[in-house]
Design a protein around this ligand. Sequence first.
Ligand SMILES: [Zn+2]
Length: 294
Amino acid sequence: MKGEELAQRIAHTREKLVKTYHYFLIIVLSLAVCSQLSMALTGQTPTQYVVIRAAFHIHTTYSGGNWTPSQVVDLYKSYGFNCISITDYNTVNGSFAGVAEAKARGNQTGMIVIGGQEIIAQFPKNNGSTVFKHVLALFLTAPINDPLAWNRTSDVQWYFDQIHNQSGIGIIAHSWDMNDQTVTGTSNSPWWQFRNASYVDGWEIFNYGVIGNGMTDDEIYNVLGRGKIAIASQDFHKTSITNSTYNVLFCINATEEGVKDALINQRLVVYSHGRIFGTREAISLYQRYNVGSP
Ligand SMILES: [Zn+2]
């Protein structure tokens, strides 16, 4: 009798499980139908973006690099990048010519090439001394040559104004104190005092080329939470690039304007050494497009 009872119980439980599974299926299917229906009713379809892999901080033979602008385009192309910006130093006379060369090569090979410069200037520190800091000026059509670059000490906004006059984007490069590599993160950097400055468009949160350092997670989310653009760079000069750090953008189209729009609207995810950073929306796009690791 006991055995029969047990068998009955098992059969009953199995029946219950099957029923539960069926209910579950019905709920899942209903939800799917509802979401399709609501999209059809509201006329909404999910926006289709072009996924672009980009590097925004690159030097050529014009400013200490080993590769000519054309070679840089070919090299990044071979690593699967769709977009690069050439950012030779503004303190090197004639370096902006590299942008024209890279753009010509990009037109031949299907690479989006953004005109840029890495601007070097002296900036004030909290303690009253000064330090050399760099700004990535992106989407430039003409060079920003500042004759006072080596002794300008206070007018940080001047540089950003020059960038914005060209409808460009200004990103603070290696935002921690590059002169003291024991300093991790930006909190001790003279740049951190500018975190509330509305004219700063974005921050380089990782730089694995010559600096090999990055922001702390708290600082990264601080930047993202302020609506600022967060990018990561190899700061390419001499060494072969690797796929350990790059930016993934979700663009309305594969053009320079499409890339700019994605940056301004924070539709990008930073990939660095197995981790990704971005706004919640950008991360969900990253998952939806199943970008994954290189
Ligand atoms: Zn650089």
